[in-house]
Design a protein around this ligand. Structure first.
Ligand SMILES: [Zn+2]
Length: 239
């Protein structure tokens, strides 16, 4: 049984057919999904969905892409959800200097705000980071404990369908270094469908292909890989 540690079930693309998608996920052995909510609409849907299905858990924050547009407006809402216990983690927050849809200074400001919220509510943080690791680690070290790299800091690293792409040699090499007990798997659906489904709308049911690739890479059975990554998610998110 697999855990999808990061999916956007309540984005319009998936939410339209969410019950069918959840059924296909179950049939494909995905028995737990962490739903990433990025605004009020997707969070309200997520809370409704979690009330109906006890294997769905919500995580929420404004993404680094959108903080310029709606960071201020939505922060009090995510703060309320975190404080009332509707979220199992804060995120995805972070820094994205590749797209830089929001000013870097604002991305940093909100990353710090969400770090503070996570500490106040004793919740873990789900990080999105692209081309901004120096700033990420500098801020994280100022806010939390000081050490060298992500793994040394005890961070968990989540792998998506990108790991199955033909050209992702570098990412597979990274996966070979990440200890199994710090590894999570995710679809990031509706984005990033794995190799055999490229170009399609991704959904949690497609998680297995990524798991198969990574299990071979780590030299463990698919069953053990599913079990360990699910246990990791239970530990990180406290469910
Ligand atoms: Zn995402």
């Amino acid at each position: 049984m697999f855990t999808d540690s990061h999916a956007h079930l309540t984005f319009d693309t998936l939410y339209e057919n969410v019950e069918e998608i959840l059924k296909r996920a179950k049939d494909a052995g995905v028995n737990r999904i962490f739903n990433i909510c990025t605004d009020i609409k997707t969070a309200e849907r997520g809370i409704e969905l979690a009330a109906k299905h006890d294997y769905i858990h919500n995580i929420g924050a404004t993404t680094p892409h959108d903080v310029e547009k709606e960071g201020e407006e939505h922060f009090p809402y995510f703060e309320k959800l975190a404080k009332e216990g509707s979220l199992v983690a804060v995120g995805e927050t972070g820094l994205d200097y590749y797209y830089e849809h929001s000013k870097k200074s604002l991305q940093k400001k909100f990353l710090i705000k969400y770090f503070h919220l996570a500490r106040e509510t004793n919740l873990p943080v789900v990080i999105h980071c692209r081309d901004a690791f120096d700033d990420l680690f500098e801020i994280a070290d100022a806010e939390f404990a000081n050490s060298e790299k992500a793994l040394d800091r005890g961070y968990y690293v989540s792998f998506s369908g990108i790991a199955t792409f033909k050209k992702s040699e570098g990412l597979r090499e990274a996966a070979s270094y990440v200890p199994l007990d710090q590894m999570l798997i995710e679809t990031d659906s509706p984005y990033l469908a794995p190799q055999s489904k490229r170009g399609k709308v991704n959904e949690p049911a497609y998680l297995k292909e990524t798991a198969e690739m990574l299990a071979i890479l780590k030299g463990v059975s698919l069953e053990d890989f599913a079990k360990i990554t699910s246990q990791n998610a239970s530990f990180v998110f406290g469910v």
